[in-house]
Design a protein. Structure first.
Length: 306
């Protein structure tokens, strides 16, 4: 296999795939890039899932990441892989304009973003890319926006001069143009979040941070996701929320712009066990699948993993 050199001045992560102290997800994506494409990554980026707080423009990041490993090429080829789609890796010519080649469904969005990045001067020579999330769509958190950001940051990084961080504001605008169906507020949460704070995204380029740290006030934030058929989800979520409130939950709201399969629930820390037990008992009593509960820490923005 022909080895393609790293970008100018770019140093690869120090054997992230084999570092025992590294986060397992980041070790996995680094190793998977090597296994799929025969090359060590030049950069690994993590991007947190993000969620709305129920107020217009107010978003925060969750302590669960999507990870992207990337290595630059010079032959105009992009090679895309994901452990979530092991049979659908693909090698594609990078065509910045004109009709796109046929791609597997999961790769259509990353490929569209790679084309937009190439038009903006990032990665016109091609990229090897491996993408992997720590959650699935079953969680109810938006998966597209953190994946968009992880891809954009990783690709921009390996095609940017050494020592320079990718311009996040520029990438946010690029993604808004290239992927207009995405949630721009969530993408900005992924890119600019701070631990223990929410991001208030204003019109244009304005943004500011406000305190949002449930743990600091003795509260817990959990994601409650039902496992019902689509036609039943709204009713089942409503039952779950009503049950959680009776057991002591303070508030609940959908994590996205529209109701889906999950809600975020804020509750006193001492009521966590009783709320989970009450919801589980209510659903078991009706012979329904018990909803999933996922603890949510209010996390910081996307970052390069070293």
């Amino acid at each position: 296999m022909t080895r393609v050199p790293l970008g100018a001045g770019m140093a690869a992560p120090q054997d992230l795939a084999r570092r025992a102290t590294a986060d397992p997800l980041f070790r996995l994506v680094a190793y998977a890039l090597e296994a799929a494409h025969g090359r060590a990554p030049a950069a690994v980026w993590s991007a947190p899932y993000a969620f709305h707080l129920g107020s217009p423009g107010l978003v925060a990041a969750a302590g669960w990441p999507v990870a992207a490993a990337a290595a630059p090429r010079t032959d105009g080829l992009v090679r895309l892989s994901s452990l979530g789609h092991p049979a659908d890796s693909c090698d594609l010519p990078l065509t910045p304009s004109g009709p796109a080649p046929a791609v597997p469904a999961w790769a259509a969005r990353p490929y569209a973003l790679l084309r937009a990045l190439a038009r903006a001067g990032y990665g016109g020579g091609g990229t090897d890319l491996h993408l992997q999330g720590s959650l699935t769509a079953a969680s109810g958190l938006a998966t597209a926006e953190p994946a968009d950001c992880a891809v954009a940051l990783a690709v921009a990084d390996v095609h940017t001069a050494a020592g320079e961080e990718p311009d996040r504001a520029h990438l946010a605008r690029l993604m808004a143009r290239a992927l207009p169906d995405g949630d721009d507020a969530l993408r900005r949460g992924v890119l600019f979040a701070r631990p223990g704070e929410a991001l208030l995204v204003g019109t244009g380029r304005t943004r500011r941070h406000v305190a949002f740290d449930p743990a600091a006030s003795g509260a817990r934030l959990v994601l409650l996701a039902v496992r019902s058929e689509p036609a039943d989800r709204a009713a089942e979520l409503a039952r779950a929320v009503a049950c959680a409130r009776r057991a002591g939950a303070l508030s609940a709201w959908p994590p996205g712009r529209r109701p889906g399969r999950s809600v975020l629930v804020l509750l006193p820390e001492e009521r966590l066990t009783s709320v989970r037990a009450a919801v589980a008992e209510e659903f078991r009593g009706r012979g329904r699948p018990v909803p999933r509960f996922l603890n949510i820490a209010v996390a910081g923005a996307a970052r390069r993993e070293e």
